[in-house]
Design a protein around this ligand. Sequence first.
Ligand code: CA
Length: 248
Amino acid sequence: MARDAAGRGRNRVTREQPAVGPRVLLVEDEPALRRALADMLDGNGYVVETCGDGAVALRMANERGYDLILLDVMLPSVDGYEVAAGLRQRGVHASILMLTARDELSDKVLGLKSGADDYLTKPFEAEELLARMEALLRRVSRGRTPELARYDFGGMRADFSNRKLIRRGDTVDLSEQESRLLQYLVEHRGESVITRDTLLREVWGYESVPITRTVDVHIAWLRQKIEADPKSPRFIITVHGRGYRFAG
Ligand code: CA
């Protein structure tokens, strides 16, 4: 993004600094509880963003990368189960901890089936919430192999840690999926073809691969950001009928 006037860029400088703690999306429609939890998490070193609506949560979690999502079940517009299922369908891998006022077994099972990693029944103590969050975050960091933090190609820099693309002085945000997809392509740049099935398994985490246009749609979005001419791409090359390869 161009800094068009002196001083205007100042806010962006702070945005470029590394976040101090894990990034958390708190989805809770009860304003007082939302504020209290956000303050408590903030006080414990988490970088917290909040919303009180299921549809907004879906959009935020899809567009912005979070390490963990605290998800109330009973929400306006789209409930927590649907949010969790929708996020998993879109390949969002953030840990999801469901907060439910109900403690019937069927609800817990439904929560876990819909893609949540853990659940906590209201009311709960702050200590218990923090302990569960830490456990989930540890689980994720243990399972993660060291990843490429950034990659320079074609006069651009892909900054995977911050999900940004720096292109001729402009900074373009990458969605979580775009960043993961580009990172995977870059990490496998020597290969003659990376199939859609491989991408769905490795980037989206599908075990049995569904018939979906997800990969092509995300490739198209990514090309809009990295290719000078998305119609005749230089970096993400289509391998006809098979998949893609990265040439950068
Ligand atoms: Ca609620």
